[in-house]
Design a protein around this ligand. Structure first.
Ligand code: MLT
Ligand code: ZN
Length: 491
């Protein structure tokens, strides 16, 4: 890829054109208004921006992008600002503009026959789930940050989450897409077809592109029938191998019932029950490992409770599970999920933490956890491994909390060494260094080593073809030798 031209700061003329286009609600230029958009939620990245653009619809977005592109101004798309890898934080130059999609927040249409939903980029995932549920359907994508994360960002990062084991990642749910290209043209792909083999599936290029190829403005998502029954249980186990044995038992019974199968370490659970108000363990004693299993079915008259009890009963008998609690009400089911969903928040409260969002073949998860824990403890004595996540699809958040009493900045300064230690083991186990969080600004340095040769070269050629001016989310995904203004990290 030829060197990117250095982005320009927006001129006074550009800002007044944007003001005329977007109106007072659509353009923020006061630094006090702009600042909240320049730091990620973990406060690891601190950038600056010349302005925040808040278009109200696709036409405004397209015109704003065209104006910025013409002047060579870099654009950083931002949804709910919940990236785990600094994917939506502008650099430190102060020349870029942030494009925030939150005013484009309409659920346009739900079709109960097609089982589809047309939804604008700025709708939160939670609001989209609620709208589908109110229509008697289900949007089967669930992530811990769903209350803030927006559909545009969820798709741009190909979010995975808790239901991948059954329904796939965000990519699998996208039937149609509308996106604004880096020059302001609109890619009109809002089709709701299950079959559509007409050349390249361009919509899929934008899914997982992390805002480097354009800005997703609207999507058509595949829905599912709403489950008629849901059952959840929290199980105590000895180790990750027992978790896989339990997973195999549920699959042997009926793989179509498993809606989520989540792993939590004893250390991670301890942080949640100690640091998160209102979180307590509903089992008689703590265990080295836990699984939260959720079964669901849209079938009428399915005896899901018996199905759950049958597998758990056998697992208690043969020792795979040492204890288990089944949710007896919707409130209890949500309380079990709180123990899982608050893992990231508990780790944030525990001090500095380093996230390794990795995946390996499901069969290798026990090896991954054992080997990476030992290697990290050897590297940083006192480090607290707190692995958890989507064991049913092989995606483990191999997160590490700083040793107690260590200076958080000193710990964060070791992030590449720690990430590389984990990554070496992940590579040995045929895995990926980024499972569902993306590359963002945290991991581009890993790309040449992991995706080198024809793979990264092809990605660069696609980038160059679609965004020759390098105006879309520069600094994300692609490694660059010259990133003098990369956002400050650690902060
Ligand atoms: C989750 O599944 O809760 C997030 O992806 C978490 C994280 O890495 O902290
Ligand atoms: Zn996750």
């Amino acid at each position: 890829m030829p060197a990117c031209p250095a982005p320009n700061a927006p001129s006074a003329d550009l800002l007044s054109r944007l003001a005329a286009l977007l109106g007072p609600a659509g353009l923020l230029t006061e630094q006090s208004d702009v600042e909240p958009f320049c730091t990620d939620w973990r406060a690891l990245y601190h950038g600056r921006a010349a302005a925040v653009l808040r278009p109200a619809n696709t036409a405004e977005l397209a015109q704003a992008v065209a104006l910025c592109a013409r002047d060579g101004v870099a654009m950083v798309p931002q949804g709910g600002n919940t990236s785990m890898v600094g994917g939506a934080t502008p650099d430190a130059s102060g020349r870029a503009v942030v494009i925030c999609l939150s005013r484009m927040n309409r659920v346009r249409r739900i079709d109960p026959v097609d089982l589809t939903m047309e939804v604008e980029a700025g709708v939160t995932l939670k609001a989209a789930q609620d709208a589908a549920r109110d229509a008697g359907l289900m949007l089967p994508l669930s992530i811990s940050s769903e209350g803030s994360a927006q559909i545009g960002g969820v798709l741009a990062t190909n979010a995975g989450g808790n239901n991948t084991v059954r329904y796939g990642n965000a990519r699998e749910l996208v039937l149609g897409l509308e996106a604004v290209l880096p020059d302001g043209q609109v890619f009109h792909g809002l089709r709701r077809l299950r079959k559509d083999n007409t050349g390249y599936a361009l919509r899929q290029l934008f899914v997982g592109s992390e805002g480097t190829l354009g800005i997703i403005s609207t999507a058509i998502l595949q829905l599912q029938p709403q489950p008629r029954a849901v059952e959840a249980a929290l199980c105590a186990l000895a180790d990750p191998a027992a978790a896989l044995a339990l997973f195999a038992a549920f699959r042997a019974q009926d793989p179509a019932l498993i809606q989520a199968f989540e792993y939590m370490s004893g250390a991670g659970m301890d942080l949640v029950t100690t640091l998160v108000p209102g979180a307590s363990l509903p089992l008689s004693e703590p265990a080295p490992a836990y699984v939260l299993v959720e079964l669901a079915t849209p079938r009428a008259n399915a005896d899901l409770r018996t199905a759950l009890e049958d597998v758990l009963g056998a697992a208690l008998e043969d020792g795979t599970v040492s204890d288990a609690v089944i949710a007896e009400s919707e409130g209890q089911r949500l309380a079990l999920w709180k123990l899982r969903e608050e893992h990231a928040e508990a780790q944030r409260r525990a001090g500095a933490s380093i996230k390794n969002d990795v995946s390996v073949p499901v069969s290798h998860v026990p090896d991954l956890i054992a080997r990476a824990s030992a290697a990290c403890v050897a590297l940083v004595p006192g480090i607290r491994p707190a692995p958890f996540g989507h064991i049913g699809d092989g995606n483990i958040h191999f997160n590490l909390v700083q040793p107690e009493g260590m200076d958080p900045a000193a710990f964060l300064a070791m992030d590449h060494r720690i990430m590389d230690t984990v990554a070496d083991i992940v590579r040995d186990l045929d895995g990926s260094f980024s499972a569902e969080h993306g590359v963002g600004r945290l991991k581009p340095y890993m790309m040449p080593d992991w995706r080198g040769g024809a793979e990264l070269a092809t990605m660069r050629r696609i980038k160059e073809a679609i965004d020759p001016g390098c105006v879309m989310n520069p600094g994300a995904v692609f490694p660059s030798d010259e990133q003098p203004d990369a956002p400050a990290h650690p902060g």
